[in-house]
Design a protein around this ligand. Sequence first.
Ligand SMILES: Nc1ncnc2c1ncn2[C@@H]1O[C@H](COP(=O)(O)OP(=O)(O)OP(=O)(O)O)[C@@H](O)[C@H]1O
Ligand SMILES: [Mg+2]
Length: 355
Amino acid sequence: MVFSVGLTYNLKQKVSENLGLPVDFFAEFDDEETVDAIYSAIKKAGCEVTKIEADQNAYGKLLDLKPEIVFNIAEGLHGEGREAQIPAILEMLKIPYTGSGPVTLAISLNKSLTHQILCANGVAAPKFIVYNNVNEINDVQLPFPLVVKPIAEGSGKGIRSNSLVRDFQSLKNQVAWVTENYHQPAIVEEFIEGREFTVGLIGNKKPFVLPIVEITFDKLPEGSNPLYAYEAKWIWDVPEKPLDIFVCPAKIPKSLETEIKDTAVKAFQALKCRDVCRMDIRLDKNGKPNVLDLNPLPGMIPDPDAHSCLPEAAMTAGYSYDQLICTILWQAILRNNLQDKCAETSIKQNSRLIR
Ligand SMILES: Nc1ncnc2c1ncn2[C@@H]1O[C@H](COP(=O)(O)OP(=O)(O)OP(=O)(O)O)[C@@H](O)[C@H]1O
Ligand SMILES: [Mg+2]
């Protein structure tokens, strides 16, 4: 019996071909190598795999193909609900898929809504103010330094080393830059100053937490601020010259490890994430883990030198890249009771059983 898997994604384009867009416009989309690596992992497990670019023709293609399940890494084309678009279409077509649903994806792209849900569930997150434009800034109710970001982006879009502002004029400049270039409100957050970690989770009700990755700031170029911003993600750290700022597993005491892992699981559950998520956590001045950002569609670049943190953490836990993909797919298969339909594939055998 053939087990048919769709693979939905959005491909990066070069910004030079699209004059007038910010340099980081396509940062959240994927390279062909990532799509091919996922394709090959699923194919090797004995499935029939069809790639479907998540553009405006995706609906018709999914309707025609009606795969048993979709492996979704699509970030969506435009709009604040873009990450939710493919899952929403799949739900309309009653096609199961990997990862979180439309509500989780749309909310976690919005940093203000995410912080509110985290706080309501007892997870610490930065205090924040949202400005629609620079004229709204009067007296600032939060102490400097502050971090200024677009309210609904990921992959470091709109976050540069100078997004950390220390005075009123820099705050105004940065809010103006965000609102004018990214055409959306700016979120201004208190600066959570301590050590930074990124934490990958796989699974469902009680997700398995992968080894914690610490992001260190001491090897960033001199004069830069301690932020894992766009430059550190995509300019200073390239596979040809990898930046040595990642420590996995993080060298931390057991008690802190437990505290970070518990926080991550609580956040995963609060946002109703499914199958996989990566989140950024930073310690505040009292050493308490604050959740900065949830990524239910985490980067999945196969090249270890590209420093895609979730695959990196999975490798540390002993997963091969193919096993990571099969493990995520297997979680979605279990959730949707599709075990019988894929009995002739080796997805289960290629997945790592989650404790
Ligand atoms: N409130 C804050 N306090 C301290 N550092 C922050 C804060 N907000 C952001 N940062 C720094 O900026 C980085 C990027 O911020 P954030 O994770 O919110 O952006 P993103 O574009 O959504 O990231 P991702 O690439 O994970 O999608 C963080 O990893 C952290 O180093
Ligand atoms: Mg982040």
